[in-house]
Design a protein around this ligand. Structure first.
Ligand code: BG6
Length: 465
């Protein structure tokens, strides 16, 4: 990609938003879709269920028209595995396949390239019940079959793919991979075995994409929480490095170098819990490294040696007293994004795609049927400034997607934690009319994209609260 007019952001840079199928589509039991583990998750009192979300399944044309108006040239969503294979195995569901065909065609007709996550924590429920999710190699193979099915079907429409959303959560949250670890004798061993299965499934998908789709680009993705030593004591520096190894480095090392790092294997061997590698696993990982790296970035933390606990997988992580947080306690740290980008690029020298960044806030429409979300403009512009500085310092970033575009349901099931440029008129439980209204940030992001990131100024500011 070439730079233009002295702007560090090159022509062709990808701008847009990112979501998932289950946080937007609704239509949870329409079009032949089977239930996923998200559909079966208990709904917290006073919060939304997943049945309607923002009804993107029926309203995607309207939403894509708004994204086009903002100038998006990319939009990330996920394919719902249980729309394609309702019970995870058996026959593919043509109606589900057709839905994504139509969706991707609509995006492309509007100049927006689909960026597609294969798996965003929504395993077909039947695979959890029958196999305990990714605890089983059967599910690894079924994931491989699902991946090949969608590569064959959409290979000509989709260039950029991601295997698992935030794969670094597998160790701490195996339930997101459909695995129940309760009552297991050696819980830690199982966590690492599931982590290994996720790596194998990821590598199988990389292999299939490269075989089936010429030019197809596959990422490994991590949710990156930048961490700092809590003080300048050497003990804190070491504690920070050790936390970072399991928070992020382990995953990127396998994605990029194709083998387990020795800081992980030495520990697992010492404990006698090296995961079972089936014949061919090591070669599969080695031969199928990624084309680019992808992150979600929201916050940073510090790590304190005093608070570490040998019994826990990752420990010592504490809040940074120097940073403000949002209402959900997430520390706002734009410079932390630059720290992350520089560290990743120095370690791997692979192109980086930022596929999530944003701030969740409780919001209501005002009397002018808009939301004056200066705080969102401020949050995003400060992060984009740091991306540009990282690029000036030599980091290869080729795209920036915000989290949400319309409001969506948050991962914990709350609707009132809103992320979008477009307000969706619904409450937690009351669906109201689901009408879309542009927030103040809509025009701002449009201006950012129009200027290819050169003009970040907030010209629409009314009141800064
Ligand atoms: C990421 C997930 O971790 O963060 C999304 O990929 C999620 O699914 C996003 O929605 C924001 O988190 P939350 O909890 O505010 O929705």
């Amino acid at each position: 990609m070439e730079k233009t007019n002295g702007n560090i952001i090159p022509e062709g840079f990808l701008w847009g938003g990112a979501v998932t199928s289950f946080q937007t589509e609704g239509a949870w039991n329409e079009g032949g879709k089977g239930p996923s583990i998200v559909d079966a998750r208990p709904v917290k009192e006073g919060q939304s269920d997943w049945t309607t979300a923002v009804d993107f399944y029926h309203r995607y044309k309207e939403d894509i028209a708004l994204f086009k108006e903002m100038g998006f040239n990319a939009y990330r969503t996920s394919i719902s595995w249980s729309r394609i294979f309702p019970d995870g195995e058996g026959e593919a569901n043509e109606e589900g396949l057709k839905f994504y065909d139509d969706l991707f065609d609509e995006m492309l007709a509007n100049g927006i390239q689909p960026v597609i996550t294969l798996y965003h924590f929504d395993l077909p429920l039947a695979l959890q019940k029958k196999y305990n999710g990714f605890a089983s190699r059967e599910v690894v193979d079924l994931f491989g079959r699902y991946a090949r099915t969608v590569f064959k079907r959409y290979g000509e429409k989709v260039k950029y793919w991601l295997t698992f959303n935030e794969q670094n959560l597998v160790l701490t949250n195996p339930d997101f991979w459909g695995v129940d670890i309760k009552g297991v004798e050696n819980e830690e061993a199982l966590r690492y075995q599931v982590t290994h299965h996720a790596f194998v499934a990821h590598a199988k998908a990389v292999k299939s994409l490269h075989e089936l789709v010429p030019g197809g680009q596959m990422a490994g993705m991590v949710t990156y929480m930048t961490t700092y030593p809590n003080t300048c004591k050497p003990e804190d520096a070491i504690a920070n490095l050790k936390a970072k190894e399991l928070l992020a480095d382990f995953y990127f090392d396998v994605f990029a170098h194709g083998e387990y790092p020795t800081y992980v294997t030495s520990n697992l061997k010492k404990k006698g819990i090296m995961p079972v590698f089936e014949e061919g696993d090591a070669e599969l990982l080695k031969e199928n490294t990624v084309d680019y790296l992808s992150i979600s970035y929201y916050q940073s933390q510090t790590v304190s040696a005093e608070k570490t606990d040998e019994k826990r997988l990752i420990s010592g992580v504490t809040p940074n007293p120097n940073l403000e947080t949002n209402e959900w306690g997430w520390a706002i740290d734009p410079i932390g994004l630059r720290v992350c980008l520089k560290d990743m690029y120095a370690r791997y020298r692979l192109p980086i795609f930022i596929t999530e960044n944003g701030i969740g806030v409780r919001e209501e429409l005002n009397e002018n049927n808009t939301v004056e979300d200066d705080y969102r403009i401020e949050y995003l512009s400060e992060h984009i400034k740091q991306v540009k500085l990282a690029m000036e310092e030599g980091v290869d970033v080729f795209g920036y997607l915000t989290w949400g575009s319309t409001d969506i349901i948050s991962s914990g099931g709350q609707f009132e934690k809103r992320y979008g440029f477009v307000y969706v008129n619904r409450g937690e439980i009351d669906l109201r009319d689901l009408k879309r209204y542009k927030k103040q940030s809509f025009d701002w992001f449009k201006q950012v994209i129009e200027s290819n990131g050169a003009d970040l100024e907030n010209k629409t500011s009314v009141t800064v609260k």
